[in-house]
Design a binder for this molecule. Structure first.
Ligand code: NAD
Ligand code: DAU
Length: 349
């Protein structure tokens, strides 16, 4: 099987690429990535010389390039993760999200439709999406696969739009598609604009921990390698045209999560317990901030046997250990442009 993975140099994509290469030694894995600020080939150093792996530098927004690539390689499967993924950046630059997340997705759908040309035996287009398309929950309830879409940020609106296009290509052209909508991931190689690595980095450097609003916003956290395992299951066993919600059954209010991180960091750094918590700083809220996300992952559990394998407290500790042991990775990604982004994002809060 020849599989195109898009966004394989990013956080989740790098875990998916590694998982597929390790689990399927007969597959050829092509990783197409533009290497934006979030894409980093250092995330894949351990597998870059695998004979079944090929990296392709390219932009999914470039339709002609995408068509040529599909014609040249005749992929059997696509696992599409490439995206602009950070909500705060979507608030300051929504168009970039429309280009990559919407137009980029439609370019890939078109290219797959053209090369498969109605012959769909053994073919699959897998679109990796997010729970944010469902909008926000109150204090009760869970997102199921039939929850109506209600996106609030430019990021989630662009992902919702891409999901609709994927389903439209299934319904209109019979494209063999599958979609999953996952909750918040955490683990190694996550870019430190996102809450957990940002806090780890700031605690280490004794900088303020910016908590948006009252900190009572709630997210459902999943170990990234568990998400990669779920993606493997959905890719191989998911039903054509179906959607699978993926989650950790693991809800945390941001403030409690940050306090838990503070405790682990104080312990690992040999600092007095309580010193990291002093860095907590309540700042201006994110506009349109969704109160709560929580996934009902019954379908993927019942149909494909998926269960998260890593307990959150254990995963969080492993995550902290990984970031502390990979100082060089952190220093490389937080230099240059990241510094500018950070100063702009947090200067008026
Ligand atoms: P990320 O930002 O870490 O990585 C995105 C990757 O896409 C980067 O390697 C980047 O270089 C690449 N990319 C961006 N624009 C591109 C373009 N125009 N052409 C080619 N490559 C491009 O993102 P992530 O957190 O790993 O998320 C991956 C996917 O999973 C996204 O589709 C996201 O919506 C979805 N998702 C993420 C989470 C999460 O918690 N991080 C949860 C659910 C779903
Ligand atoms: O739910 C899945 C989504 O999870 C993915 O689709 C997105 O790609 C991914 O970025 C993530 O989105 P969130 O907005 O939930 O993640 P983020 O890490 O940006 O924020 C998590 C929570 O922490 C959220 O309630 C906002 C809050 N926050 C975030 C940052 C960066 C803070 O309080 N302070 C911060 O500095």
């Amino acid at each position: 099987m020849k599989i195109l993975i898009t966004g394989g140099a990013g956080f989740i994509g790098s875990h998916v690429v590694r998982g597929f290469l390790n689990n399927y030694p007969t597959y050829k894995i092509f990783n197409l990535d533009k290497l934006t600020y979030a894409g980093n080939l250092e995330n894949l150093k351990d597998i870059e010389s695998n004979v079944n792996y090929k990296f392709i530098l390219g932009d999914i927004v470039d339709g002609a390039f995408i068509n040529d690539l599909f014609t040249k390689h005749q992929f059997d499967g696509v696992i599409h993760l490439a995206a602009e993924s950070h909500v705060d950046r979507s608030i300051s630059n929504p168009l970039e999200f429309v280009f990559t997340n919407v137009i980029g997705t439609v370019n890939l759908l078109n290219a797959a439709k053209n090369i498969w040309n109605g012959n769909h035996e053994g073919k699959r287009f897998y679109h990796v999406s997010t729970d944010e398309v469902y909008g926000s929950l109150g204090t009760e309830g869970l997102f199921t696969e039939s929850t109506s879409y209600d996106p609030h940020s430019p990021y989630s609106a662009s992902k919702a739009s891409s999901d609709h296009f994927v389903r439209a290509y299934h319904d209109t052209y019979g494209l063999p598609v599958v979609i999953s909508n996952c909750s918040n991931n955490y683990g190694s190689f996550q870019f430190p604009e996102k809450l957990i690595p940002l806090c780890i980095h700031n605690i280490k450097n004794e900088k303020a921990l910016p908590v948006y609003g009252d900190g009572k916003y709630t997210r459902d956290w999943l170990w990234v390698a568990d998400h990669a395992r779920a993606i493997d299951l959905v890719f191989h066993q998911g039903k054509n045209g179906d959607t699978y919600n993926i989650g950790g059954f693991n809800e945390w209010q941001n403030i409690d999560l940050i306090k838990e991180l503070c405790r682990i960091m104080d312990q690992k750094l040999g600092r007095e317990i309580g010193s990291a918590e002093k860095l907590i700083t309540f700042v201006k809220d994110r506009p349109g901030h969704d109160l709560r996300y929580a996934i009902d992952a019954t379908k993927i559990n019942k149909e494909l046997g998926f269960m998260p394998s890593v307990k959150f407290e254990e995963g969080l500790e492993k995550t902290v250990e990984w970031y502390l042991a990979n100082d060089e990775w952190m220093n490389n990604v937080t230099s240059g442009n990241y510094k500018k982004y950070y100063e702009g994002q947090y200067s008026n809060r």
